[in-house]
Design a protein around this ligand. Structure first.
Ligand code: 13P
Length: 250
């Protein structure tokens, strides 16, 4: 099984157009991978969730219908005076399947390793899945500290029975920059991650994120050990997302 995850972030997406372009592409490509071959996930804001989930539930297209919807963040708290935050209980009640945790754009805004861990625990309490993101910045890469940096992020999350359900390696310098990480860089990160997971008897798919597009997906997805991608900008267009999905088949 492969995975393709869209992270729409705080972008305005025309949901009607997205669906139409996505479904049109599928209808004209009969060899489009089945839900048993590629799991499609969209991480979206709650307003879009209410509209998009209705579209998915009422769709006649079996592939569109099988898209799972996740949040982009969750509170590390149970409930109370936490203005603007959304609890895992609330996500579960409205039907979301899980959430991203540890995205670098949230780490940059103050999410510590401890917060990320607590967010993972909160999701687990509600039986929701986590998409755990890790990745180094350019300075860490240049100072050759990538391995210890990634291992620290992994160790801070994988403890006391908490494990990633899906793990995305997203080097910060490749996010939204149009500069995807080169194969060698992705391969070395994947082997650091897989080694850690293996030693800790954790079995979870490992994905790559950072400027993934229709033009580099073939090269990225052929990297051994990668189980899929987490896509920002190129997921905002239903057709581009479908093209990427069509190339991700196992
Ligand atoms: P881009 O694909 O826009 O680089 O974003 C990647 C990302 O942050 C996905 O979570």
């Amino acid at each position: 099984m492969k995975y393709l995850i869209a992270n729409w972030k705080m972008n305005s997406v025309n949901l009607d157009l997205w669906e139409q372009k996505f479904v049109d592409f599928i209808n004209s490509h009969k060899d489009f991978p089945q839900p048993s071959e590629v799991k499609l996930i969209v991480c979206l804001n709650l307003y879009d969730y209410f509209v998009f989930s209705k579209k998915i539930n009422t769709s006649k297209n079996p592939i569109f219908k099988n898209i799972s919807l996740y949040a982009q963040d969750v509170s590390q708290h149970e409930e109370g005076a936490f203005t603007g935050q959304i609890s895992s209980k609330f996500l579960a009640n409205i039907g979301l399947k899980g959430s991203i945790v540890g995205h670098s754009e949230l780490r940059e805004n103050g999410d510590s390793e401890t917060n990320v861990y607590k967010k993972g625990l909160k999701l687990k309490e509600e039986k929701l899945s986590n998409i755990f993101c890790i990745g180094e910045d350019l300075e860490t890469l240049k100072s050759l500290n990538k391995k210890s940096f990634l291992l620290n992020q992994l160790k801070a999350f994988c403890k006391n029975g908490l494990e990633p359900d899906l793990l995305a390696y997203e080097p910060i310098w490749a996010i939204g920059t149009g500069i995807e990480a080169d194969s060698e860089n992705i391969s070395s990160a994947v082997s650091i991650i897989l080694n850690f997971l293996h030693k800790n008897k954790i079995n979870c798919p490992v994905l790559y994120g950072g400027s993934v597009s229709t033009s580099n997906i073939d090269e990225i997805i052929s990297i051994p050990g990668l189980d899929g991608c987490l896509v920002g900008n190129s997921s905002l267009d239903g057709e581009q997302f479908a093209i990427i999905a069509s190339k991700i088949k196992s």
